[in-house]
Design a protein around this ligand. Structure first.
Ligand SMILES: Nc1nc2c(ncn2[C@@H]2O[C@H](COP(=O)(O)OP(=O)(O)OP(=O)(O)O)[C@@H](O)[C@H]2O)c(=O)[nH]1
Ligand SMILES: [Mg+2]
Length: 193
C-alpha cells in the first residue's frame, strides 16, 4: 500500500484558532511534553526531515502548525507542554489556545500523545489524557526515543505504561531508526475507515 503521509506539506501556523484552516475532513493532533519528539515524529511519518522544525532546546514549536496529508487528512503539530522555563503569560496563552482548539475543532479525530520512553506519564501527560477525555477525543499513546534504551528497558517501560493506562496499544518509536512509524500510520488510518 502506498504511504499517503509522504505527500504531507506545511499549511500554516496559527496563534489564534480563528485563523486556522477550514474545520473539515479528519484532523489528528500531535501533543506531548516539550522536547518529547513530536515534530521529529511528524517528519518520520512524512519521511521528510525538513517538514517540521525540531530542536534540542525545548519550546521549539510555538504555534499550532497545520500540515496537509491529502485533501481529507491533516496533522496538527502543537507546542509542547510542561516546559518549565515558559513565562506565565505564554503558558496561559498556550492553555487558552489548546482549549479553544480542542473545544471548537469538529474535525479532530484523535490526539497522538508523545512521551519520552525514559520518563513517560508525567503529571502533565496525565493531565493531557484527562483533557482529551473531557473533550471526548480518543488518544493514541506513543513512546519516543526508543534508541536511547536497550531492549529489556524498552519492554519494561512499555509494560509499565500499558499497565498504568490499562491499554495494550502503546506504540514505541524512534525517530533515529524509524522504528514504529508504520504502526503509527496504520493506527491513525484506523480512525478514518
Ligand atoms: N535519540 C533520539 N532523539 C530524538 C528522537 N526524537 C526526537 N529526538 C530529539 O529530541 C529533541 C526534541 O525533538 P523535537 O521533535 O523538536 O521535539 P518536540 O516534541 O517537537 O518539542 P517542542 O516543539 O519543543 O514541543 C531533538 O533534539 C530531536 O533530535 C528519537 O527518536 N531519538
Ligand atoms: Mg515541536
Amino acid at each position: 500500500m502506498q504511504n499517503i503521509f509522504t505527500k504531507t506539506t506545511f499549511m500554516q501556523g496559527v496563534l489564534n484558532i480563528k485563523n486556522a484552516p477550514p474545520d473539515e475532513g479528519f484532523e489528528f493532533v500531535l501533543a506531548g511534553r516539550s522536547n518529547a519528539g513530536k515534530s521529529s515524529a511528524l517528519n518520520c511519518l512524512a519521511k521528510n526531515k525538513k517538514l517540521a522544525r525540531t530542536s534540542k532546546m525545548p519550546g521549539r514549536t510555538t504555534e499550532i502548525n497545520f500540515f496537509k496529508v491529502n485533501d481529507e487528512i491533516k496533522l496538527v503539530d502543537l507546542p509542547g507542554y510542561g516546559f518549565s522555563k515558559m513565562s506565565i503569560d505564554k503558558k496561559k496563552n498556550l492553555d487558552i489556545l489548546l482549549d479553544n482548539y480542542f473545544s471548537t475543532r469538529r474535525s479532530l479525530c484523535a490526539a497522538i500523545i508523545f512521551m519520552d520512553i525514559r520518563h513517560p506519564l508525567k503529571d502533565s501527560d496525565i493531565q493531557m489524557m484527562e483533557f482529551c477525555n473531557r473533550h471526548g477525543v480518543p488518544f493514541i499513546s506513543v513512546l519516543t526515543k526508543s534508541d536511547k534504551l536497550n531492549s529489556s528497558a524498552i519492554a519494561k517501560s512499555t509494560k509499565s505504561v500499558e499497565k498504568k493506562l490499562n491499554s495494550q496499544s502503546i506504540i514505541v518509536t524512534s525517530s533515529n531508526n524509524d522504528e514504529g512509524f508504520d504502526r503509527l500510520s496504520k493506527k491513525i488510518l484506523e480512525f478514518i475507515k
